[in-house]
Design a binder for this molecule. Structure first.
Ligand SMILES: *Cc1c(COP(=O)(O)O)cnc(C)c1O
Length: 388
């Protein structure tokens, strides 16, 4: 085992792991700085919900904090409580808001609820009049129809002189529905609505844009931007080259290489019949590891047999998935690689610098976000330190 002495920084369990995820924290920090630059005079937050898009909230949180982020967004209070340990003086916003009984968590961990309805507003006003002042944020819906006060409710609140002094929103935010499509007229409509909201809450900071919105230009930046996917190297805008550095590399070990003859079939359902003698590499990753069944090379409903699925990257080349992806295993066709180029024990890149996550996702009918957050529990994780 010379590999251990050649690559001393890698833990032994990582070298032996059947599945491994390498997270490039230097690239993560660079991507945050890139988003901060593109955000111009607006402050730049970091969205770290869903375990920092599957990358690990501890390491990602520390890296983003050290890069300079002081505003963080999580989805639920428990994520905020975890992050608090790594971002001591940061402002942590909880996007899903609050519900009866959850108030104390926000005080205990100094979290900022993003209030999304009149019920939540009433709940929070009662909480602060009892416990004292504590910051909150207001989510106003400008056309997404997911969370948020309606415009009408927001204007009523803004004009309500009777609201308690201890009620002190620090941010008004809204979320764009179509920012990944710069040509969508929806972007302008939401921008105009949000400008009215922002003006009604004069003196309170405002925030409209996630990753994709940042690319729409300075009109969309307001006081604070909220990038998520771009930090993790994913594609934010459709149809343009992704300028972000890849952060995640997911790999699986090849367990076996086998020869199969023309006419034989591959995997469940026998949906792929080999057109010629083939060499197949069996990788130790399947849909339990977020390598989606819809990435199959054939035989998935809604995809006709023999329309290609995803590809992996091994021995310097892309190789296609053959037949159906199974729970723990996926078969790759490595026939086009030279004899002996792939051996049991080698790793295949499922996605990463050589196989963009969004390209893999598209092959499965989904988006990079879903691949990143769905990696499952079996990957050994390894963090490449930020060099800066
Ligand atoms: C998830 C989320 C973000 C981050 O979105 P990305 O597209 O990942 O940049 C920002 N704001 C809200 C309200 C979100 O739900």
């Amino acid at each position: 085992m010379t590999a251990l002495t050649e690559i001393p920084e890698l833990p032994e369990d990582f070298l032996n792991a059947p599945l491994r995820l390498t997270v490039d924290l230097g690239a993560l920090a660079d991507n945050w700085r890139d988003m901060a630059r593109r955000s111009g005079s607006a402050r730049t937050a970091a969205v770290v919900k869903a375990d920092a898009y599957g990358m690990g909230i501890e390491d990602a949180g520390i890296t983003l904090y050290e890069a300079g982020a002081r505003d963080f967004f999580v989805a639920v209070p428990s994520e905020g409580a975890t992050l608090r340990a790594y971002a001591p003086d940061a402002r942590i916003f909880v996007l899903s808001g609050l519900w009866p009984g959850a108030e104390q968590t926000f005080f205990d961990n100094d979290l900022v609820p993003v209030i999304a309805s009149e019920e939540q507003l009433a709940l929070w006003m009662a909480a602060v009049s009892e416990r004292g002042d504590h910051p909150c944020a207001l989510h106003v819906d400008t056309g997404f129809n997911r969370l948020g006060l309606s415009m009408k409710e927001a204007f009523e609140l803004a004009g309500d002189v009777s609201r308690p002094a201890s009620f002190s929103p620090v941010l008004v935010l809204s979320h764009l529905a179509c920012a990944d499509d710069p040509s969508s007229p929806m972007n302008r409509r939401q921008l105009e609505s949000f400008r009215e909201v922002s003006a009604a809450f004069e003196g309170i900071e405002s925030s409209l844009s996630a990753s994709a919105g940042i690319f729409l230009g300075s009109d969309y930046h307001f006081d604070l931007t909220r990038p998520g996917i771009a930090l993790y190297g994913g594609e934010a805008v459709n149809g343009v080259a992704n300028p972000m550095r890849p952060v995640a590399k997911a790999e699986a070990r090849i367990l076996q290489v086998r020869e199969a003859a023309a006419g034989e079939t591959v995997s469940y359902g026998g949906t792929l019949t080999l057109a010629h003698d083939s060499r197949l590499a069996i990788a130790s990753a399947g849909y339990a590891d977020g390598y989606l069944r819809s990435l199959s090379g054939s035989g998935v409903p809604l995809r006709q047999t023999n329309i290609p699925g995803a590809s992996g990257f091994i021995a310097g080349k892309r190789v296609p998935v053959a037949g159906r992806v199974t729970m723990d295993l996926t078969i790759f066709d490595v026939t086009d690689l030279p004899d002996g180029a792939v051996r049991a024990g080698d790793y295949i890149e499922l996605f990463g610098p050589n196989m963009p996550v969004d390209e893999v996702a598209r092959a499965g009918g989904t988006i990079g976000y879903e691949m990143l957050v769905g990696l499952g529990l079996r990957y050994e994780r390894h963090y490449l330190e930020d060099e800066n």
